[in-house]
Design a protein around this ligand. Structure first.
Ligand SMILES: [Ca+2]
Length: 410
């Protein structure tokens, strides 16, 4: 995995936390940094931008003995997104391009038919899954994924289809990020329905194209808002503007792989992968600029400074940020009864260091952070709430698992 910076002493190969790296690749990375005469540790000491007004995570230790974890299913190839069906079964995506139903006893269905072809490389592949808000009537399922194009190009896309006997039927692509570009990183992507029925699609800057996050004529580095048939809502912030894409909701985002709707305010909340030391909690509002890559709390994984610092008038500050990062993927606002003290909390999957992160919010600010499951040693890719308030977690690995999390016995 190579970040975009190329050091003066050669190509710096560094680990991006957003992808799992095999030990073989890690050895190659270490060899490359040694060969270039720039040991990774030297790069870690590069200067950080001055602190800004956003509160920084205190990086609490993982708590023990709070949660009970049961493995529901195993053998899923890098499971990425999970949706809970009205009957309690789970729909799970595998990054390689499959969707399966997980029965309540843990049995896995055969891969469902009708899933679009995906680019299963790097961060790419089949990503999130969401049910239509009127699923019981229409049974529509939405998938986000890295869509391959011509000449090695790719881009984030969203398809929807009806869940039927043979899998997904009448599948249609309802959204394509424009433009498609080369590379296999930073596709986002999470799908969140708003109360008005509009669909938020979180995306990434496609890694080598970070400046596009500030270009309103480009779909890269944007969160978009579309109708469930793919049309653009007339009240989108840039609708009718000739030099901007009408589907854009907010911009200046790096790579957003965690998103959920606040149960009381109906606002979209997101957590995005920053560069080193720059993961951010935001609640993206219509038409606003979230700064990337002009302002950030992170620095490049090469050690290079990014942009102009961490604060600039006219650019939004995050609600909260993580340094060191948590590599966030998957998020839910807890509304269940199984964990009474957790009502209203934000639960976030962390892939590195591999935790379940809980934020207590007060007046739109983070009042407290707690972390769990440190002993598990797993990268958590998604987190969703089950019908009885239990939680379902996906582990990001070759033989990935679906975990059920409930309170530990007192
Ligand atoms: Ca930001």
């Amino acid at each position: 995995m190579r970040e975009s910076g190329v050091g003066s002493q050669g190509v710096n190969v560094i680990r991006s936390f957003e992808v799992s790296m095999s030990s073989k690749l890690l050895r190659i990375a270490l060899l490359a940094t040694v060969a270039a005469g720039t040991p990774a540790l030297t790069q870690c000491t590069a200067q950080k931008p001055p602190p800004g007004p956003a509160p920084r995570s205190p990086a609490p230790e993982s708590l023990k003995g709070v949660l009970r974890v049961d493995t529901v299913a195993r053998g899923l190839e890098h499971p990425w997104g999970v949706a809970v069906l009205p009957d309690g079964r789970l729909l799970v995506t595998e990054r390689s391009g499959r969707v399966r139903i997980v029965e309540q006893d843990g049995r896995l269905s055969k891969p469902l038919g009708g899933v679009p072809k995906v680019l299963a490389e790097g961060h790419g592949g089949l990503l999130d899954i969401a049910l239509d808000p009127r699923f019981s009537d229409n049974p529509l399922v939405y998938l986000s994924y890295a869509e391959p194009g011509e000449d090695g190009l790719a881009g984030t896309a969203v398809a929807r289809g009806r869940l039927g006997a043979s899998g997904l039927e009448n599948v249609r692509v309802i959204y394509r990020q424009q433009p498609k570009v080369k590379g296999s990183n930073h596709f986002g992507s999470r799908l969140v329905f708003a109360r008005d029925g509009a669909l938020f699609v979180t995306q990434g800057d496609r890694f080598d194209y970070r400046d596009q996050a500030q270009n309103l004529a480009s779909g890269l580095g944007k969160i978009v808002r579309i109708n469930s048939d793919g049309s653009v809502p007339r009240d989108n912030p840039f609708a009718g503007q000739t030099d901007a894409r009408p589907e854009i909701w907010s911009y200046g985002h790096r790579n957003v792989q965690a998103a959920a709707l606040h149960p009381e305010t109906g606002q979209l909340w997101t957590v995005e992968h920053g560069a080193r030391g720059g993961d951010e909690l935001n609640h993206p509002e219509a038409g606003k600029n979230y700064g990337w890559p002009i302002i950030t709390y992170g620095i490049d994984y090469s050690g290079a400074k990014i942009g102009e610092g961490s604060v600039k008038p006219g650019l939004e500050q995050p609600v909260y940020y993580w340094d060191p990062v948590i590599a966030p993927s998957g998020m839910v606002f807890y509304t269940g009864d199984a964990f009474p003290d957790w009502k209203g909390s934000v639960l976030i999957g962390s892939m590195q260091p591999g935790r379940l992160v809980r934020l207590t919010l007060q007046d739109g600010k983070v009042a407290r952070e707690e972390r769990y499951l440190g002993g598990l040693g797993k990268r958590i890719r998604d987190v969703q709430q089950g019908l009885k308030g239990e939680l379902y977690l996906l582990t990001d690995e070759d033989e990935g698992q679906v975990l059920r999390v409930t309170p530990a016995a007192p």
